[in-house]
Design a protein around this ligand. Structure first.
Ligand code: GTR
Length: 413
C-alpha cells in the first residue's frame, strides 16, 4: 500500500488473503518478557501497564473526576409512556463553571420499588431523537446537520423527535426489567475537529495551553469521561442498581463504550456494537478501516500519539484485544454485522478470542467460541461475541441479545 496517496484514495483491504502477516502482543507477557501467571500480577502490574499504554498511545489520558458534581432534575414523571414507565431528565454540570458543559441524561425506568439494572448509552442526535415522547427536551447544542432528522444549521427542530427510535426499543428494555439511561455525546464534546476549542477539553487546559498534549485525551476519551460523570449521578440515585450498569455503544460510541469500560470500573459490563477500528477490531489486520484512514477522517477521536501508527500498526505496543482484556473479569459482549465490513467483523471476533486467556486467568469464563460464530448462534458467554445479518446499525435483535447477555451475566435472572 502506498503511503503517498491521500488516505481516502488508498486501497481498502476486504480480502483475508491480503492481510499482512503480523504478530499480536500477548496481554499476558509483561514489558520485561515475564509471563503473567496470577490474577494478582495481572491486577497489580500488567493491567495498569496496559491501561497506561492505551492512554499514552491511543485514546489519551483524561483528567481525574471533579471533586463533586452538581446536577439538577429538570423533569420527572411517574406516568410516562402511557403510564408504563418512570421518566427522569437530569442535567449534570460537567465542570465547576456553571456556564460550562452540561450533560443531559434521559432515563426511562420500569415501575418497580427495587433499584433497576440499567443500560447506559450515549446517543448521536440528542435524547429527543430516541423516542417520540414529546416530554423529552430537545438538544440545545451543536448537532450534525441532517435534513431527514430536521437538523438544520446544526440546530434541532421538532422534526427530530423519535427519528432514531428504531435503534432504541424502549418497550423491550422496560418489559425485561431494565432501565435505559442515555445522553447526547455532543453535550461532552461536539463531534467535529475544531482543534479542541469547544466542548470539555478547554476547561482542563493548563495556563496557556491551546490543545491537548500528544498523550492527553481526544474526543473518544472525553466521551468516555462523560460516561463516568453520568455514572457519578447514577451511583447516587436510589432508583438505579448502580452495581448493574451496563455501558453500551454503537460504532464510534462502541469504541467509546469499550474505553469507558476500561477506565471506569463502576461499569458492571460492556457492550460494543459494530465498533470496528479503534474499537473491538484488531488494528494489525488493517481490514476495512485502517489506523491511517481513521486518524485522517477523524483527527480528533484519538490522541496525537496514535498517528505514529498510521501505516505502522505493528509498532503500536498494544492492539485492541488488550482493550477487551482491560474489561476483564467483567462481562463484555462484542457485536458485529455481516454487512459492516468496514468494521472488520472477523477482526472484532478475533479480539474477543485473544482477550479470552485474560478472563480465564482471572478465574471466569472466557469466549465460548473457538471458531467465529454463525449469525444464528451468538456466543453469549461472559466474554461474548455475536454477529447478525444486515448493515452497520443497532437493531431490535441486537437489543434482544444484549438483554439475554445481561440476564445471564449481570442480573443472574
Ligand atoms: C465511520 C467511521 C467508523 C465508525 C462510524 C460511526 O465513518 O469510519 O470508524 O465510527 O463512522 O461512528 O458511525
Amino acid at each position: 500500500m502506498s503511503s503517498s496517496l491521500p488516505a481516502q484514495q488508498e486501497k481498502v483491504i476486504y480480502d483475508e488473503a491480503e492481510i499482512p502477516k503480523f504478530t499480536l502482543p500477548d496481554p499476558l507477557v509483561a514489558e520485561d518478557g515475564t509471563k503473567i501467571e496470577s490474577a494478582q500480577q495481572w491486577n497489580e502490574t500488567q493491567r495498569p501497564y496496559l491501561l497506561g499504554l492505551f492512554e499514552r498511545e491511543v485514546y489519551g489520558k483524561a483528567p481525574a473526576a471533579p471533586e463533586k458534581i452538581e446536577y439538577q432534575v429538570t423533569e420527572s414523571s411517574d406516568e410516562a409512556l402511557d403510564g408504563k414507565a418512570r421518566r427522569r431528565q437530569v442535567a449534570i454540570q460537567l465542570t465547576d463553571d456553571p456556564d460550562g458543559p452540561v450533560l443531559n441524561v434521559l432515563m426511562y425506568l420500569p415501575k418497580t420499588d427495587k433499584p433497576v439494572p440499567t443500560f447506559m448509552t450515549l446517543n448521536f442526535y440528542g435524547n429527543a431523537s430516541i423516542h417520540p415522547d414529546p416530554a423529552i427536551h430537545l438538544p440545545e447544542g451543536w448537532l450534525r446537520n441532517n435534513k431527514e432528522y430536521g437538523v438544520e444549521d446544526h440546530k434541532a427542530t421538532e422534526k427530530l423527535r423519535g427519528q432514531s427510535q428504531g435503534r432504541w426499543p424502549v418497550d423491550l428494555i422496560l418489559e425485561n426489567g431494565y432501565g435505559l439511561a442515555t445522553a447526547y455525546y455532543g453535550d461532552i464534546d461536539p463531534d467535529f475537529d475544531d482543534g479542541f476549542q469547544n466542548g470539555i477539553h478547554p476547561y482542563f487546559y493548563a495556563e496557556g495551553q491551546k490543545k491537548p498534549k500528544p498523550e492527553e485525551w481526544g474526543s473518544i476519551a472525553a466521551w468516555a469521561w462523560g460516561l463516568s460523570r453520568a455514572m457519578d449521578y447514577l451511583e447516587q440515585s436510589p432508583e438505579i442498581a448502580s452495581d448493574q450498569v451496563i455501558v453500551m455503544g454503537h460504532s464510534r460510541l462502541g469504541k467509546t463504550a469499550l474505553w469507558a469500560g476500561a477506565v471506569e470500573p463502576r461499569f458492571a459490563a460492556v457492550i460494543s456494537n459494530n465498533s470496528g477500528c479503534g474499537g473491538a477490531a484488531l488494528s494489525r489486520r488493517r481490514f476495512g478501516e485502517s489506523v491511517k484512514r481513521i486518524n485522517t477522517s477523524f483527527p480528533h477521536w484519538f490522541n496525537d500519539n496514535f498517528t505514529k501508527y498510521n501505516h505502522n500498526e505493528d509498532a503500536c505496543p498494544v492492539d485492541q484485544h488488550e482493550l477487551i482484556a482491560l474489561v476483564a473479569p467483567r462481562p463484555c459482549l462484542v457485536c458485529s454485522a455481516v454487512g459492516d465490513r468496514w468494521a472488520d467483523p472477523r477482526g472484532e471476533y478475533l479480539s474477543a478470542k485473544y482477550a479470552s486467556p485474560v478472563y480465564e486467568l482471572l478465574g471466569v469464563e472466557g469466549l465460548k467460541a473457538e471458531e467465529m460464530p454463525s449469525v444464528d448462534e451468538p456466543a453469549l458467554s461472559r466474554l461474548g461475541y455475536a454477529i447478525r445479518p444486515g448493515k452497520h446499525d443497532v437493531m431490535r435483535i441486537d437489543w434482544e441479545r444484549y438483554i439475554e447477555f445481561a440476564d445471564n451475566h449481570v442480573t443472574g435472572k
